[in-house]
Design a protein around this ligand. Structure first.
Ligand SMILES: Cc1cc2nc3c(=O)[nH]c(=O)nc-3n(C[C@H](O)[C@H](O)[C@H](O)COP(=O)(O)OP(=O)(O)OC[C@H]3O[C@@H](n4cnc5c(N)ncnc54)[C@H](O)[C@@H]3O)c2cc1C
Length: 467
């Protein structure tokens, strides 16, 4: 009888709790891993664990990259554990536990194993590849290396074979090519069918697509047809210890960073916006294998016809903030539209362009094409000036990967300073013209030095752009 009772005592699993000062605010991985919604995130991006809900499953502990979560037992639970430990002393070792075979899990694991390789869809328009494709090959190379698999490009179009060599120059070792007049212009139906045909035939584990207008359309159609998961607008991609793709993106209006996994279906699909990932170095000497595929499709079977292609890239006064090397952005602190003149003057001195936070677009001070941030453009310039911008998370996700960030704000506690390379606490109406004047003075002094003749071939904005 006493033996029976011993067996009935359930071993407590404890509850997760945060170790003080250890959390690195990695982007709410513990929250997304928790299956019982026991984890809330506070303002600092740290977890607040609801002990009433926590089942002690240890998922959050396993996912935490900073070992910031530990298991905690209440005094009552600790008593039970001590009791169990005492009972075990002197007892015969328990017979090994034979886990029942979960056939569904075994089948699933076998199916997932069939998928190998990292693919990047190379977007092109009239034979001109989109730069985001090369950025994806950069991050794809790291993923492929971690998974020890091939990095492949998917090139679809009309007379686009040369693009395969470009893809090799940016890190792909193989390119799947479908080249036919049917693919001259992008249309959802032929393109998604061609991509799905390749996926079904070659079974890649990861497919990356640029989050452009075309890419978003294609990725959604492919993921639907393949009945697999798609994470849009990822800002981070990595591989976890089980080989799953960790897809990080802002969620809940940018208030948290969610990390998403596709655990049960393949391929794992993500889109990434232009300029979010760095452009890898091009090595034209790199070679690879071109796998030519034909996907039979007749023009007459395709319902959508392209009558005319209108290039809309030349809007907003011919300014493309996404491709600019220097951006001088203003926020609500600019106070009115006219004051943007001082930002334009600084931008002109540095050969840059003017951008803004959403507040300035909503106020009608700048056209919508100039908006930087989550619902605007993602930018990665060499220099980003943030003038009178507080640094809301929705703004930061669009510019925090700039090479150098110079923030001007009169509030020393503004969050923009947390991502700034150089922070200037002061009134922008004094600081910005001050910087512009200083650049002009330096430029003038340079012109007047005797060696100026020798440097006459160097464009002015380049000599001073990084000073
Ligand atoms: C779903 C969603 C999507 C969003 N998408 C975007 C987006 O894409 N891009 C974006 O920017 N925002 C976006 N937002 C809005 C975002 O949350 C902020 O409201 C916005 O970025 C604030 O703009 P701001 O920094 O210009 O203004 P504020 O937050 O009002 O900051 C103004 C700053 O100017 C400083 N200042 C004032 N006067 C001076 C002076 N004379 N000298 C120096 N500094 C001065 C102040 O100290 C303050 O820090 C989004 C919000 C939501 C909910």
């Amino acid at each position: 009888m006493a033996e029976e009772e011993k067996k009935k005592v359930k071993r407590p699993l404890g509850h997760a709790r945060l170790k003080p000062g250890k959390c690195i605010a990695c982007g709410a991985r513990c929250q997304s891993e928790c299956k019982v919604e026991a984890v809330e995130m506070n303002d600092k991006g740290e977890p607040v664990i609801n002990l009433g809900k926590c089942t002690g499953c240890r998922r959050c502990i396993r996912i935490c990259p900073a070992e910031a979560i530990e298991i905690y037992f209440t005094p009552e639970e600790q008593k039970i554990l001590d009791e169990l430990a005492k009972q075990q002393t002197g007892e015969k070792p328990a017979a090994p536990v034979v886990e029942p075979v979960d056939e569904a899990a075994v089948k699933l694991a076998a199916k997932l194993k069939e998928y190998k390789g990292v693919w990047v869809f190379v977007e092109q328009s009239e034979g001109v590849p989109a730069e985001v494709s090369w950025e994806l090959l950069g991050v794809g190379k790291d993923l492929a290396k971690t998974r020890n698999v091939e990095l492949c490009a998917v090139v679809i179009g009309d007379k686009v074979k040369d693009i395969c060599q470009d893809a090799f120059s940016y890190g792909a070792t193989k390119a799947y090519l479908i080249d036919s007049p049917v693919f001259l212009h992008y249309r959802t139906e032929p393109y998604y069918k061609a991509v799905c045909y390749l996926i079904n035939k070659y079974k890649p584990e990861i497919v990356l697509i640029g989050a452009t207008g075309l890419g978003r359309d294609l990725a959604g159609a492919v993921a639907t047809d393949m009945a697999t998961g798609l994470t849009a607008d990822c800002t981070g991609l990595s591989i976890d210890e089980n080989g799953f793709l960790l897809q990080t993106r802002p969620a809940f209006g940018g208030n948290i960073m969610a990390t998403i996994k596709t655990e049960r279906t393949r391929p794992q699909m993500s889109t990434v916006r232009p300029h979010v990932m760095p452009l890898p170095k091009k090595d034209p000497a790199c070679k690879g294998q071109v796998v030519v595929e034909s996907f039979p499709l007749n023009e007459k079977d395709i319902l959508v016809k392209v009558l005319e292609v209108i290039d809309d890239r030349k809007g907003a006064g011919d300014v493309d903030i996404a491709g600019a090397e220097v951006i001088v952005s203003g926020g609500r602190g600019m106070l009115n539209k006219e004051n943007f003149k001082i930002l334009q003057e600084l931008a002109d001195e540095l050969g840059g362009v003017v951008g803004g936070s959403r507040a300035t677009i909503e106020a009608g001070w700048l056209p919508v094409e100039r908006q930087v941030g989550q619902t605007g453009k993602t930018v990665r310039p060499k220099i980003y000036f943030a003038c009178g911008i507080s640094g809301a998370i929705q703004h930061l996700v669009g510019m925090q990967d700039s090479d150098v960030i110079i923030a001007v704000n009169r509030d020393a506690s503004a969050p923009i300073f947390e991502v700034a390379t150089y922070g200037i606490v002061g009134d922008l109406f004094q600081v910005v013209p001050g910087i512009t004047n200083r650049i002009r003075e330096l430029r003038k002094a340079k012109r007047n030095t005797p060696s100026a003749e020798n440097t006459a071939c160097v464009p002015e904005d380049k000599t001073n752009g990084t000073s």
